[in-house]
Write a protein that binds this ligand. Structure first.
Ligand code: NAD
Ligand code: UD2
Length: 312
């Protein structure tokens, strides 16, 4: 049994991670400002501190725990997870997304008398920006187009400092497009799958941005959280980063058709203007991920979509 702090634990991905940690018998506590996360995403009894991850005192206190028992590691997922929000609220999202990450690394170096504790953190495929070299390997050039992507790249650079200068072991995961139950279908900042699934299930029209032939690499959330827990179990030196992806492309048009088919509803699809700055193609190469962890993101899209629809 280990004790972990999960920042952003009330969110979509955090809540699945916590489910897995609790099932394995670990003790978990959460730091979350509840800006998009919800307590209802977690089972009763998981202690939640409501606070800002960019508040260094709040992070230190959350790592120490109420009884001062400390932690064995931190999963850092708290962030403003929307590219659009990072355009609208540049400085505010920067505080959460980059300063918040530095606050976590900083607290991790003094979290235990025995020494620094590992931090497993969420990066993003957004670090690649418009790099056209598909599928993207971790060595592909990073050229973020958004404040969100720039801050996630900043997290990776500071992870190298955390590791090299302060002895904090880290692992960063460049999530591609994550989907699954508990991704908010009502938020305009949510992922395309939850938005489409919610609207199709309610018999409402969907809007495809642009021609719908843009493609994404969709990963099911339950596949993803296995890597986070595995990385915590085997911290590696050198601040490694890993793509979390399937290597399989799906267009937005195809996604809409499969969702309509699975939910048994007619597809009312309308086409709107392309989203400014939208990336045309995003496909990751999972080779490094599979080599390091010995497992791939293997839930077929249809299965993951069925589970997502069943949750609505
Ligand atoms: P989410 O919005 O459901 O979860 C983020 C959580 O962080 C929420 O509970 C929110 O309340 C909390 N939070 C936000 N700002 C905070 C702050 N300043 N202080 C404390 N808590 C704060 O989003 P998610 O999809 O679960 O994302 C989790 C992580 O994965 C994020 O770091 C995100 O950038 C990253 N990510 C997600 C995707 C995706 O496809 N969903 C893709 C790439 C990366
Ligand atoms: C996702 C992540 C982002 C970042 C990025 C990495 C979400 C919400 N965002 O951004 O955090 O990590 O990947 O590159 O998961 N679309 C429509 N209609 C809609 C909604 C979306 O056509 O109603 C299109 C959208 O224009 C885009 C595609 O669907 O072409 C995917 O959009 P998204 O917002 O789900 O994800 P993305 O790839 O912009």
């Amino acid at each position: 049994m280990a004790r972990y702090l999960v920042t952003g634990g009330c969110g979509f991905i955090g809540s699945h991670l916590i489910e897995r940690l609790l099932a394995a018998g670990h003790k978990v506590r959460v730091l979350d400002d509840l800006s998009t996360g919800k307590r209802e995403n977690l089972s009763d009894g998981v202690p939640v501190t409501v606070g800002d991850v960019a508040d260094a005192d709040a992070v230190r206190a959350a790592m120490a725990g109420e009884d001062g028992e400390g932690v064995d590691g931190c999963f850092h997922l708290a962030a403003v997870a929307s590219v659009d929000r990072s355009r609208e609220a540049w400085l505010e999202t920067h505080h959460a997304n980059l300063s918040g990450t530095i606050a976590v690394f900083d607290a991790a170096r003094r979290a235990n008398p025995a020494g620094p504790v590992p931090v497993i953190y969420a990066s993003s495929a957004a670090v690649y920006g418009d790099n056209p070299n598909m599928p993207l390997t971790e060595d592909a050039a990073t050229r973020p187009l958004s404040a969100y992507g720039a801050d996630k790249l900043g997290c990776e650079l500071h992870a190298r400092v955390a590791d090299g200068v302060h002895g904090v072991p880290t692992a960063g995961f460049r999530f591609f497009n994550v989907y699954g139950p508990r991704q908010d279908p009502k938020s305009p900042y949510s992922g395309v799958i939850s938005i489409f699934a919610g609207r199709i299930a309610r018999g409402e029209p969907i809007t495809v941005n642009g021609d719908g032939e843009q493609v994404r690499d969709f990963i099911f959330v339950k596949d993803l959280v296995r890597y986070l827990t595995a990385a915590m179990g085997h911290p590696q030196p050198g601040a490694p980063v890993y793509n979390v992806c399937t290597g399989r492309p799906t267009s937005v048009n195809r996604l809409a058709e499969v969702l309509a088919d699975l939910s048994g509803r007619p597809l009312d699809r309308r086409y709107g203007p392309a989203r400014p700055g939208d990336i045309r193609t995003s496909i990751g190469d999972p080779t490094r991920l599979v080599a390091a962890f010995g497992m791939s993101c293997d839930t077929p899209l249809e299965d993951g979509l069925r589970q997502t629809l069943a949750w609505l």
